[in-house]
Design a protein around this ligand. Structure first.
Ligand code: SF4
Length: 236
C-alpha cells in the first residue's frame, strides 16, 4: 500500500482527508506542524484535538514544533499582513517541512488537510506544495477535500473534537473577533429597527380602531336622533 504523509492543521480538518485517502488505497501518516497557530493555549488545544482524532481514526501521528511567539511570527511575514496575501507565507514553511520529511522518510507522496478548508486558497497551497515537492524531491498529491466539508463537521461533532473559531494566526484571530463584533452590532441594529417598526404598526392599528369606533358612534348618534325625531314629530 503506498504511504502518504498528510500535513494536518487541526483535528476536525484532518478527518475527511484521512478517510478519503484511505478509500483511495493510501496509508496515511499525519504530521502536525503549525507555527502559525496563536496564542500558545490555542496551539495546544489544536494539537490535542489532533492527537484525539489520530487515536480515534487509528492513524500514526508525527509532531514537530511548539507554540511560536505571535509577534515574531508576524514579523516573519515581511510586512505582508493583508488577509489572503499573507497566507502564502504561512503555507510555505508548513508544506516545505512536510515535503522535506516525506522525502527523508521515503513516503510515496505528501498532501495537506489545508485542502479540506473552503476558507483557504487552494491555488496558492498547490503552487507552494508543488514548489516544495520539486525543491525536496518529494511528490505532492493534490486533492480537493472541500466537497466533504459538511461530513467533516458532522464527524468532528460526533467525536467531540475541539473546533476552532479562527484560522490560526493572531491576525486572523483579531479579524474573527472584529467580524463577530460587527455581526453582533448588525443584529442589535436590526432588532432595534424591527422593534421600532412594530411599534409604529401597532400605533397605526390603534388609531384605525379608534377611527372605526368614532365612526360607529357617530352613526349610532345620528340613528338615535332620527328615531327621536320620528317619535316627536306631530302626527298629521
Ligand atoms: S489567515 Fe490562516 S492561512 Fe492566512 S496567515 Fe493566518 S493562519 Fe495562515
Amino acid at each position: 500500500m503506498p504511504r502518504i504523509l498528510l500535513h494536518v492543521c487541526c483535528g476536525p480538518c484532518s478527518l475527511m482527508p484521512i478517510v478519503h485517502l484511505r478509500d483511495e488505497g493510501w496509508e496515511p501518516t499525519a504530521f502536525f506542524f503549525n507555527p502559525n497557530v496563536h496564542p500558545a493555549d490555542e496551539w495546544k488545544k489544536r494539537r490535542d484535538a489532533m492527537r484525539d482524532a489520530a487515536a480515534r481514526l487509528d492513524v500514526p501521528l508525527l509532531e514537530e514544533g511548539e507554540p511560536v511567539n505571535p509577534g515574531l511570527w508576524t514579523r516573519g511575514l515581511g510586512g505582508v499582513l493583508q488577509e489572503g496575501e499573507r497566507c502564502r507565507f504561512c503555507y510555505r514553511p508548513r508544506v516545505e517541512r512536510t515535503a522535506r520529511l516525506a522525502a527523508e522518510r521515503h513516503f510515496d507522496a505528501f498532501t495537506t488537510s489545508l485542502l479540506y478548508s473552503r476558507y483557504q486558497r487552494h491555488d496558492v497551497i498547490a503552487e507552494e506544495a508543488e514548489r516544495a515537492a520539486a525543491a525536496f524531491g518529494a511528490t505532492f498529491l493534490y486533492r480537493d477535500f472541500r466537497p466533504w466539508g459538511w461530513d467533516g463537521i458532522a464527524m468532528s461533532k460526533e467525536l467531540g473534537l475541539y473546533r476552532q473559531k479562527w484560522c490560526g494566526c493572531v491576525l486572523s484571530m483579531k479579524e474573527a473577533f472584529q467580524q463577530r463584533k460587527e455581526a453582533e452590532k448588525r443584529k442589535a441594529e436590526q432588532k432595534a429597527e424591527r422593534t421600532a417598526r412594530l411599534a409604529v404598526e401597532a400605533e397605526e392599528r390603534r388609531k384605525k380602531k379608534e377611527a372605526i369606533a368614532a365612526n360607529l358612534n357617530k352613526r349610532a348618534r345620528k340613528a338615535r336622533a332620527r328615531a327621536l325625531a320620528a317619535e316627536t314629530a306631530p302626527s298629521l
